[in-house]
Write a protein that binds this ligand. Sequence first.
Ligand SMILES: CC(C)(COP(=O)(O)OP(=O)(O)OC[C@H]1O[C@@H](n2cnc3c(N)ncnc32)[C@H](O)[C@@H]1OP(=O)(O)O)[C@@H](O)C(=O)NCCC(=O)NCCS
Length: 181
Amino acid sequence: MLGRMPDRSLNVTTIELAPMYALCPETIDDWWEVEALYDLCFAPGREALSSYRLRDDVPAVSGLSMVARDSDGILAGAIRFWPVRVGDVPSLLLGPVAVHPTRQGEGLGGQLIEASLNVPEAAAWDRVMLVGDAPYYKRFGFERLEGVVMPPPTNPARVLGRALRSGAWDGVVGAVRRFAH
Ligand SMILES: CC(C)(COP(=O)(O)OP(=O)(O)OC[C@H]1O[C@@H](n2cnc3c(N)ncnc32)[C@H](O)[C@@H]1OP(=O)(O)O)[C@@H](O)C(=O)NCCC(=O)NCCS
């Protein structure tokens, strides 16, 4: 089973995005609509990816997973975050992030990434990682993480990280594991 939903009772602040999207924390009512957007934007079988095993039965991080809607309330993009451990060190796992094909290239993907990492809830985290295309994510400060090993099969060149506090990835190596309290 996929990770459970963020708490619908979150006391949230809507972030207005220029020029036409509003970004809000995802609630349980958004879940299936976001799933449909991901199904549209990713190749079939996305849930077979090894990164999904890190999300099984683990709640997404409350307050960080976001939806972007236009002025008519139509879902244009979404981003989710899960907690993971690298060795014993906690990290955010960014993703999936997707923008509807008719809305791509407007900067919304970048806004989702930057805005979500700047909400107050993000201050509880020192580092963020993801599995993705370095040519896209390097513009947001993500760099290859040497020695951080995702469950196979994962191309090590796609394992990227960004420090949310200076030096937060220094010396952090090891296998990426499900977050267990
Ligand atoms: C990746 C994605 C979220 C970007 O959203 P977006 O709103 O179109 O992105 P932005 O408008 O912020 O940025 C667009 C720029 O990123 C580039 N870009 C998009 N995807 C890229 C990729 N995979 N590799 C390199 N560059 C990429 C575009 O060419 C464009 O470049 P430009 O600014 O030089 O014109 C969106 O394309 C998407 O949903 N893709 C399908 C799902 C996916 O692949 N998600 C990411 C998983 S790694």
